[in-house]
Design a protein around this ligand. Structure first.
Ligand code: PGA
Length: 276
């Protein structure tokens, strides 16, 4: 009995890297993995991300909802982060992003979608409540994350504790420059955000990281194949029980072990249904 339990636990612990030919193919595969999770467990708890990288993931999910009847009616979701000082109707807010890129186009119950409240008068209480709400929902089954130019996941900027929980972070100037386009310039960017902690992300059952484009190739390779270090918080995925990293060719160019990654994806039985 004990032996069986140990087998079950150890089997789960794995990090995999999947390289797809294009950004579109990488986003489609990511959407297919999320869709499979929703089909398997209709009341699943999804952890969701924002940003340019995940936009095509959401358009694929919307298409699957319309064409294949992918049903989100019982799902719950928790987003990684939100800017402090922005309300949900601000076009730069992540609540706005999620409504306009996903929630308004699928049958998820908006009351079951959670994005930290950037307008909360007591931010500390808001962060604590967010953690409690995730816990109360039974934890996140599948967490989607991107990677920032500085190697962050969520808004866990360099030197965030690898055990951190939901809290306010001061944004890195690198991040401010990266996201300034959404606000019409760096001067108009919020300076702080509420973000799930690295520890919060590590608690998810599975974590799916999507990274595309040549600009992120170096930092992606550091996160995946470099040391586990707080300077690159995405490297925490090496500590995750079940991390899947999906990249396009352009973003894979600095990876050293790609022969093995390709081999694994092409031979692992659990990926059979996801190979073309
Ligand atoms: P991006 O952001 O998809 O807009 O590049 C990702 C991130 O910063 O986590």
């Amino acid at each position: 009995m004990i032996f069986l339990n140990i087998q079950r636990i150890t089997k789960k612990y794995i990090m995999e890297v999947i390289i797809q030919p294009t950004r579109e193919a990488a986003a489609l595969l990511t959407a297919k993995i999320i869709a499979a999770e929703v089909r398997k467990n209709p009341s699943t708890v999804l952890g969701l991300a924002t940003g340019a990288t995940v936009e095509p993931v959401y358009s694929n999910l919307i298409e699957m909802h319309h064409k294949e009847g992918l049903d989100f009616s019982l799902c719950k979701s928790f987003n990684l982060d939100e800017y402090v000082g922005l309300s949900g109707d601000h076009p730069g807010s992540y609540r706005y992003f999620m409504n306009s890129h996903l929630f308004d186009h699928i049958n998820i119950d908006k009351r079951n979608t959670h994005v930290p409240n950037g307008m909360a008068s007591d931010i500390e209480a808001e962060c604590l409540q967010y953690e409690e709400a995730i816990w109360g929902a039974g934890g996140i089954s599948l967490q989607l994350v991107g990677i920032g130019m500085d190697g962050h996941i969520g808004f866990n900027e360099p030197m965030s504790s690898m055990q951190s929980r939901t809290r306010v972070k001061q944004l890195n100037p690198v991040t401010i420059r990266q996201n300034a386009g959404y606000f019409g310039g760096p001067d108009k960017m919020p300076r702080r955000a509420i973000t799930m902690g690295v520890g919060t992300i590590l608690d998810s059952e599975r974590c799916l990281m999507l990274a595309t484009g040549a600009a992120k190739a170096e930092i992606l390779a550091e996160a995946v194949e470099g040391p586990f270090c707080a300077r690159v918080t995405a490297s925490a995925l090496q500590w995750h029980r079940r991390a899947i990293v999906i990249v396009d060719e352009a973003c894979a160019s600095h990876l050293k072990n790609r022969e093995y990654y390709d081999w694994s994806f092409n031979h692992e039985p659990h990926w059979a249904a996801f190979r073309n």
